[in-house]
Write a protein of this length. Structure first.
Length: 389
């Protein structure tokens, strides 16, 4: 599997696959072809269908530092392609074929951006458990021995998360004109009295900032960034957790996110929202089970439940904005993570889990493949058809 670090990327909202990924492709192209005065860009698949609502056009202009870009859109294509060609005084520069793979990861045929580097030999949670047993070690030692600099990276991610929530709690007013969406995080925070109130306020603060195109941290995507971000903020500022402890929780969460990324998908355009919000819920559930002292079996059970009850969840953002249903859904998911951790702990020594984490990921992959394309971040079906202006 690839580095856990890749699940936590810092970049502009509102969508890791539609802003961070095109930004990275654009920046890589510019670094390799610095002398260009105009560009032609073709976007495919979900990138084409939701480019406007997801801020793709603006972020590409920013990455290339250029306004002279002619865009075309291949809405029939099923891949999230980004073809890019630069020009200088009408002379062609190389044509690159990039792809957005989810969570801000990209591939570029003509250039090695390094996202496909394998760090772990294990491919699923069963193999990880076997490794732990054979090497008489634990989950955190396993992760940090493979990624010794992970804590440093996660500390920076935590800073980004905290700043995003702080900004979101301060901001007020209209966030999105077409949807007539007004920010509510501050109002939620002002009346917060107990844990769930705070979690919801922090989740809204993060997601509203994300929708506004703020600097965010994927966890494992930007669409689902409110779940782990609100958990981290809550544990730090309401429960006084140390930064190191939070890094450990993100590492534990990352193990499960990584297994899903390898064996199913973390991209809404590939697997529907189960792949984004479902994955984040599993990650947060595992982190919470760990923080409450759960053993390996309890942690796995919590993560499994986090996915199981989101199976089949569609991605049908209204008008292509990462707002409805995304923001509310993040808040629901962080609350559910606490339920999963609680249930997994309650079941301890009472019942075994019938479905393993790997099995639910297998089912998630199957379900994602069966979902209609209209329900995979294209805004062509589901809720997106119900909205009346
Ligand atoms: S519905 Fe879910 S997967 Fe789709 S954009 Fe919103 S958060 Fe992402």
């Amino acid at each position: 599997m690839q580095a856990i670090k890749q699940l936590y990327r810092i970049g502009y909202g509102p969508s890791s696959s539609h802003t961070i990924a095109p930004y990275r492709i654009g920046k890589a192209y510019k670094a390799n072809n610095p002398i260009c005065d105009s560009y032609k860009i073709e976007l495919g698949g979900s990138l084409a269908l939701t480019a406007k609502g997801h801020g793709t056009i603006d972020i590409i202009k920013e990455a290339l530092e250029c306004d002279r870009i002619s865009f075309s859109f291949d809405t029939e294509c099923v891949e999230n392609n980004m073809f890019i060609q630069g020009f200088y005084e009408n002379e062609k520069r190389p044509l690159w074929h990039g792809k957005s793979l989810g969570g801000g990861a990209v591939s570029i045929e003509e250039y090695d951006i390094g996202d496909d580097k394998e760090v772990y030999d294990e491919n699923n949670f069963e193999e990880i458990k076997k490794y732990l047993k054979e090497n008489d070690t634990d989950l955190l030692s396993y992760v940090y021995s493979h990624e010794p600099d992970l804590r440093d990276h996660l500390s920076k991610c935590l800073e980004t998360m905290f700043e995003a929530v702080d900004r979101g709690l301060k901001a007020e007013g209209l966030l999105n004109e077409p949807l007539k969406y007004y920010r509510i995080a501050q109002k939620l925070y002002k009346k917060a009295k107990e844990r769930n109130d705070y979690l919801v306020a922090y989740s809204y603060a993060a997601c509203e900032e994300n929708a506004a195109g703020g600097m965010m941290c994927t966890a494992p995507t930007l669409g689902a960034c409110g779940i782990l971000t609100s958990l981290m903020y809550y544990l730090r500022f309401n429960e006084a957790y140390e930064i190191e402890e939070l890094c450990d929780l993100l590492s534990i969460a990352g193990i499960f996110g990584n297994c899903i990324k390898r064996n199913a998908s973390i991209a809404g355009s590939t697997g529907g929202c189960q792949a984004e919000v479902g994955t984040a819920c599993a990650m947060a559930s595992a982190a919470l089970a760990y923080s409450e002292g759960g053993d390996l079996r309890t942690i796995e059970y919590a993560a499994e439940m986090g996915i199981e009850h989101f199976l089949g969840l569609t991605c049908d953002p209204v008008l292509g904005f990462v707002i409805i249903p995304c923001i509310e859904r993040n808040a629901i998911s962080i609350l559910r993570s606490y339920d999963c951790a609680y249930l997994a702990k309650s079941f301890h020594n009472i019942k075994e889990n019938t479905i393993s984490f790997d099995s639910v990921v297998h089912a998630m992959n199957y379900t994602g493949n069966k979902l209609a394309i209209e329900l995979k971040e294209t805004s062509l079906g589901g809720l997106s058809l119900e909205y009346k202006k």
